[in-house]
Design a protein around this ligand. Sequence first.
Ligand code: SAM
Length: 366
Amino acid sequence: MQAMGLIQENQPAKDTLQNKAQLWNHALSFIRSMSLKCAIELGIPDVLHNHGKPITLSELATFLSIPPSKTPALGSLMRLLVHSGLFASHRHQGGGEEESYFLTPTSQLLVKEEKACISPFALTALNWIVLVPGRRLGQWFRAGAAGETPFDMAHGKGLFGETNARAEFNEMFNEAMASDARLVTEVALLRRQWEVLRGVRSVVDVGGGTGTVAKSIAKALPEVRCMVLDLPHVVATIDEEQREGVEFIGGDIFERIPPADAVLLKWILHDWSDEDCIKILKRCKEAIPTKKDGGKVVIIDVVVGVTTDISISVESQLFLDMEMMILTTGKERSEIEWKRLFHAADFSDYKITPSMGLRSVIELYN
Ligand SMILES: C[S@@+](CC[C@H](N)C(=O)[O-])C[C@H]1O[C@@H](n2cnc3c(N)ncnc32)[C@H](O)[C@@H]1O
């Protein structure tokens, strides 16, 4: 029997061309990521910010010291980034004048001098060490050993083994996490979210990196003793004068969590398999008092399908889920999946507050 052609009466040629365009978008969407990387590396958001008013292409090329022969290429880059909503542009006088570009609220988050600048996070997500394992996803599905990640296959060690082995990558990764944490703490302070810790005498931020969140809690609630537990090679990068009253402890979350009234786990459990999460949660349970005595675990992480009403967040959650599959043994979890973990680790009660865009705050009680 002859195979049926795709272009026939019940599938008009117009639809087929539309489907092809959609497939091309899938195949070429890495161009969007690479254009973002290029814009940050060139410093375009900073130039647009410092200029203070819309800037023409030729002015932009001059500020960036780009040779005139490459100005048309810069125009193509800006056209794509305007199309995808990162930057905005306008023309005066019936379109006769040169187009002028300016920042959108999204690209404002890429300006270096903004406290909530997330460029370090974007650049780390697009660093070759992080990108290369994704190319092995198909191979991993067929041949990856149990417990092995595409990252392990590409680099011969896990993500945190790599931060330990390469000082430069360690610094880059920690700064990426800190940039996310700065934005989250800004929002948390604004919305008085650290109130969730009001009344506790001590808190340990487990996997708290270079301490951005712990320092913010220490400022908001000065009566609370704030600690950070992270791997020794992360803690070793923090100078005494950067500690701002926070205690840093080098250790392993699978071995021991220092006793505290509250344990904070921000963006930790999504790095680990269900089995490992249950081990970590059991260590947390040992570290805190009962609910009656004020003990709690506070998790800041994605609950798939739960966002603060931004529809784009669901796609970001699904991207993050795939990213976790590529880099770690973890994943993003739905409420049912979280509930199963809490039950397996013997926690009696939990409460989810969807208050951080993509992520939620989950309070967990002993
Ligand atoms: C995804 S980052 C999250 C950092 C921080 N909580 C934040 O959200 O900005 C995971 C953190 O867990 C730390 N980590 C990984 N394995 C660990 C272990 N076995 N014991 C302690 N910390 C660990 C990493 O060094 C890293 O700082």
